[in-house]
Design a protein around this ligand. Structure first.
Ligand SMILES: Nc1ncnc2c1ncn2[C@@H]1O[C@H](COP(=O)(O)OP(=O)(O)OP(=O)(O)O)[C@@H](O)[C@H]1O
Length: 492
């Protein structure tokens, strides 16, 4: 004789099956509905037409999230061969042609079906600022050639223009803080230090900054619901190439035929041409009246003397404000951490001096012994993997960087460690281009976007738990119809 299981009644079996199907259906719908879609991207292209070279950056972001919530990241970069577009003043059409290779690369990287909707921008910085000062019509012609070349590609061309120094500084700051997620989260921001070939920028938020003291250094933003009052300044001619010209001009103002330069290694010697040295608005006014065609440039390798030469390029006496950096430029007290990029990084990385926790005096001593190293030895060690021009200039550039930071911007041995030398943040280059594109595409909203209260996984778990609970409740509510278990075994 078998005992009949009271649960094996048609009603409970039907309820169980329906309940299980309902739970599976509910969870499946929740998972499918909230499953991240197969990623589709949108793209934006920015050309950074710098004084020393042009670089192309391609950015991408999830297509369904261009409404301010998706993360924009750098997908690709391309370094244009040759010099910056301002060097083509005498043959402007070549400025346009120089961009062809990188633009063709962009055509391959951005999927064809996205070409026509991909915005393409070109921003020119200090090299074109200088050309514009020196020769307006040449600068216009370079832009015409560049525009013509860019319009021939299938992207949505949005124009080419010269960025002001203030914009360059501010967009660099936006890039750094966007990539670090500081803007969205409303965290304390990082200041931006950018060293280019022809200009240098400093940008930071200082709570002690009274805008009325120097309104031209202020930029205000409302980003993700937070207000920022940014201090920013760009020093034209204080990029590392132009400042080297100024240092050489200082040492050749009497028109000698030989100079012994403390900023170059002992044993270094080259012949330089007076006309090409003084061919820049940064130094043209100081050209010696009587000078030979060339001069012999010899290295001495003396850091202390080099620092004196560099210091002489900063005027730190005249200041009509409560506080100045140099050349009579207002600067509020430094505040917070700083990210130093472009040539700051290239130079300090080569010199192995990116660790700012090392005492500033030790950093200077290390640089001093590098500068004193004979040129032959330096070439033997590095010439196989570093351009000779860069190699010859690292002693000068390192000295300039330390002098600019300490004597120019007033970093002290205590605050020096607030600086971090950076190249990339989360895979994207630090520089003004990303901030520029985010601004022009309105990708950073003034107010914080609404975000779903729960992440996807949390949402699915809650739905599952609730479904199971409901099912148990349903079973319990059917208690009256549950088959009773009698103590007497049923006889089948
Ligand atoms: N590996 C390197 N080592 C040393 N110097 C470098 C290296 N790569 C680039 N540079 C130099 O660093 C400087 C800054 O380069 P960057 O491309 O940031 O400036 P840029 O955009 O041309 O200048 P600007 O912003 O003033 O117009 C330039 O003088 C460039 O020649």
């Amino acid at each position: 004789m078998k005992e009949k299981n009271p649960w094996y009644t048609p009603l409970t079996i039907i309820i169980t099956v329906i309940g299980v199907i309902a739970i599976v259906a509910l969870v499946t719908v929740a998972v499918l509905q909230n499953r991240p879609l197969l990623q589709k991207y949108k793209y934006g292209i920015v050309l950074d037409a710098g004084s020393s070279h042009t670089a192309l950056y391609i950015y991408q972001w999830p297509a369904e999230k261009d409404n301010n919530t998706g993360r924009v990241e750098q997908k690709h970069s391309c370094k244009v061969t040759g010099k910056g577009i301002s060097s083509y003043a005498a043959q402007p059409e070549k400025a346009g042609m120089s961009l062809t290779e990188c633009m063709q690369e962009a055509e391959m990287v951005v999927p064809a079906k996205r070409h026509s909707e991909t915005p393409l921008y070109l921003g020119a910085t200090a090299g074109m600022r200088l050309l514009n000062i020196e020769n307006r019509s040449a600068s216009d012609q370079v832009f015409q050639a560049v525009e013509k070349a860019l319009q021939s590609f299938p992207f949505s061309y949005q124009g080419a223009r010269i960025l002001s120094g203030q914009e360059e500084g501010a967009f660099g700051w936006v890039t750094v803080n966007y990539l670090d997620d500081r803007l969205k989260q409303g965290l304390e921001t990082t200041g931006a230090l950018d060293l280019g070939g022809a200009s240098t920028q400093i940008s930071f938020v200082s709570h002690d900054y009274d805008i009325s003291e120097s309104p031209s250094n202020s930029m205000t933003f409302r980003l993700y619901g937070n207000d920022y009052n940014l201090y920013t300044h760009s020093f034209l001619c204080y990029g590392k190439d132009q400042v080297l010209r100024m240092a050489l001009a200082k040492q050749t103002q009497l028109g000698p035929s030989t100079i012994l330069d403390p900023c170059f290694h002992p044993g270094y010697t080259t012949t330089r041409n007076y006309s090409s040295l003084y061919d820049s608005p940064c130094v043209s006014g100081r050209r010696p009246r009587e000078a030979p065609t060339n001069f012999s440039h010899k290295g001495e390798g003396n850091f202390t003397k080099c620092q004196e030469v560099v210091k002489s390029l900063f005027n730190t006496t005249a200041c009509k404000y409560s506080k100045c950096s140099f050349n009579g430029v207002f600067q509020p007290p430094l505040q917070g951490p700083f990210g130093a990029f472009s040539a700051y990084y290239y130079v300090m990385n080569f010199l192995n001096l990116t660790d700012t926790s090392i005492h500033l005096e030790t950093v200077k001593n290390n640089l001093a012994s590098y500068c004193a190293t004979p040129w032959n030895q330096i070439k033997q060690m590095h010439l196989s993997n570093v351009k000779e021009k860069y190699l010859a200039e690292y002693c000068f550039s390192g000295t300039y960087i330390l002098t600019l930071l300490t004597e120019g911007y007033n970093f002290t041995k205590e605050t020096y460690s607030n600086i971090k030398f950076i190249k990339k943040i989360k895979g994207s280059d630090a520089g003004w281009t990303l901030g520029y594109m985010l601004n022009l595409t309105n990708m950073i909203p003034a107010e914080a976007p609404d975000s779903p209260p729960l992440p996807h996984a949390g949402y699915v778990s809650i739905v599952t738990v609730i479904a199971v609970l409901l099912f148990i409740l349903l079973i319990l509510s059917l208690r009256p119809v549950w088959p009773r278990c009698s103590k007497q075994p049923q006889i089948v």
